[in-house]
Design a binder for this molecule. Structure first.
Ligand SMILES: Nc1nc(=O)c2c([nH]1)NC[C@@H]1CN(c3ccc(C(=O)N[C@@H](CCC(=O)O)C(=O)O)cc3)C=[N+]21
Ligand SMILES: [Mg+2]
Length: 294
């Protein structure tokens, strides 16, 4: 079998059109456009690139972007004060604090300061609780993007065996909850999991989010499985800068029925779901009907 490549960029472009189409009616009813604020503390070059590309996309889609790039020495009190100012700013519908934060800042304290209605990253305990209990709320961008791709590829996921490798608060844990909510039987694997290969071999759906380049080998993949690769490890291969996924892509191509490439798979979805969550938050805050765009 030769796997189909799941084109995350193409799906994201389609979602972009559906997002853009909601904005004129929103503006007519509210007199403004949806707005997204992104906060970056410190000057990690990769993070700066993400923040700028998020800002560019936000404006491309017709929304307002507020970018706050703060020095690494910024204190927690100052950061929380900025979040509170953005909570109070009616032009801002979504607040994203780029993680990780410097060690002297308690991430949870900052995330808790975000108004849950503006929590477009789904990181607030209120958002996490809503996801677990099946109530409506904002869901982390990367896992929601993965679910959109899986639903587009496979339709109903009921009864399928899924494995999530990685248990981060931003990706693995919410991914497991989303798959459970879609009626999959979910295995959560992580760095202490024994016999990982055997567990991956049982799965119809593999979501690799461990952040270890090439750790999922081709012969672990059940023939016909659907593979979502969340990994993005920066590396230099044969003198060229490369972005590497968690899956041995060439080998997986021979076994999977469908697989996301890196780059061009999950990455473009993450950014577009951020835009999606921002328009959802904007509609919710304005008291407008809930949007369903996927
Ligand atoms: N609170 C928070 N929320 C995040 O969502 C978050 C974060 N912190 N910290 C950093 C990570 C990283 N991240 C990516 C977003 C888009 C691409 C993306 O667009 N990747 C492209 C390639 C980009 C390239 O070539 O560098 C692709 O995979 O095709 C990658 C990574 C979001 N993150
Ligand atoms: Mg992990």
């Amino acid at each position: 079998m030769r796997a189909q490549i799941i084109d995350g960029k193409a799906y994201a472009d389609g979602l972009a059109d559906r997002i853009t189409a909601t904005i004129p009616a929103f503006t007519e009813k509210t007199g403004r456009v949806p707005g997204l604020a992104v906060i970056l503390v410190g000057s990690d070059p990769a993070s700066e690139i993400y923040v700028r590309s998020k800002g560019r996309k936000t404006r491309e889609l017709g929304m307002a972007s507020f970018e706050h790039i703060l020095p690494a020495e910024t204190g927690q009190t100052e950061l929380v004060a900025l979040v509170e100012a953005l909570n109070a700013d009616n032009r801002v519908d979504g607040i994203l604090v780029q993680l990780p934060l410097p060690d002297h800042i308690d991430e949870l304290a900052v995330v808790r300061a975000i108004d849950p209605r503006k929590d477009v990253d789904g990181l607030h305990p209120e958002s996490a609780g809503r996801l677990v209990s099946g109530r409506p709320g904002l869901v982390s961008c990367t896992p929601l993007g993965c679910l959109m791709l899986l639903r587009d590829q496979l339709g109903d996921l009921s009864g399928l065996d899924a494995i999530v490798i990685g248990r981060s608060i931003l990706v693995g844990k919410p991914m497991g909850q989303l798959l459970l909510g879609a009626n999959c039987t979910v295995t959560m694997a992580h760095s202490r999991t024994r016999n990982l290969a055997d567990k991956v071999r049982q799965a119809d759906i593999i979501v690799a989010a461990a952040g270890q380049a090439g750790m999922i080998k081709g012969d672990w993949i059940r023939p016909g499985a659907t593979v979502i690769d969340v990994g993005t490890t920066r590396a230099v291969v044969d003198g060229k800068r490369r972005l590497l996924g968690d899956v041995d892509f060439a080998a997986a191509l021979e076994r999977a029925s469908a697989i996301t490439p890196v780059p061009g798979g999950v990455g473009p979805m993450t950014i577009m779901v951020l835009m999606h969550n921002t328009v959802l938050a904007a509609h919710d805050r304005a008291g407008l009907p809930h949007l369903q765009l996927w």
